[in-house]
Ligand binder design. Structure first.
Ligand SMILES: [Fe+2]
Length: 196
């Protein structure tokens, strides 16, 4: 959907997001969340050259695709003066620039397993939503950043009308057994060609 800027220039289109770096208050606390709750693998730690010291602590994390890690999907950088996250119904001390990061599970089965594991760990589900493009659970990291954990719905359901897929929302229960249920069979198809 590349739009021509004035002068006829067309901006080259990237493949997509490669990684995200989060500023965190306490790298050990966030390390536990991103490895033990989200389940990313710790793949590296930045070792700054002496001339860069003092440099904030920084670690790198990856998911797995076809059994392989990448160099990083997410990195954490410790900046201890970040204010603590606001409690429920409290305004944050300053606007959080980051709304949420979405982490994809490999498939529906892996996502259902993740939901059950999160609930068993006592992780609070902030929201459960069936979007037209993904089925998602939203949780919060220790800094208050939102983390959406999802599985992608088959392209055929949304690729013919992405706008409609994005605007479809079905809010689901966040507690108990009901929070672990998933209905893929009733997922709507957007922009589907007319039936013959
Ligand atoms: Fe999202």
């Amino acid at each position: 959907m590349g739009k021509r800027a004035s002068g006829g220039r067309k901006a080259p289109t990237p493949r997509g997001v490669n990684h995200v770096v989060l500023n965190v208050r306490d790298i050990e606390e966030s390390h536990r969340f991103w490895t033990e709750v989200v389940g990313l693998k710790h793949v590296g730690t930045f070792r700054p050259p002496p001339e860069m010291e003092p440099f904030p602590k920084m670690r790198f994390y990856s998911g797995e695709r076809d059994g392989k890690v990448t160099h990083h999907d997410v990195a954490l950088m410790e900046l201890s003066d970040i204010p603590p996250p606001a409690g429920a119904n409290e305004a944050p001390e300053r606007p959080l620039a980051l709304n949420h990061i979405a982490i994809a599970m490999a498939d529906r089965e892996a996502w259902l397993e993740k939901l059950a594991d999160l609930q068993a760990q006592g992780v609070k589900f902030d929201m459960r939503v069936n979007h037209g493009v993904s089925h998602s659970v939203y949780i919060s990291d220790p800094n208050g950043y939102g983390v959406e954990i999802l599985y992608e719905l088959p392209r055929v359901l949304w690729e013919n009308d992405i706008e409609a897929g994005l605007n479809y929302l079905e809010i689901l229960p966040t507690e108990g057994e009901a929070a672990l249920q998933d209905d893929l069979e009733s997922a709507p198809r957007f922009g589907a060609p007319a039936a013959e």
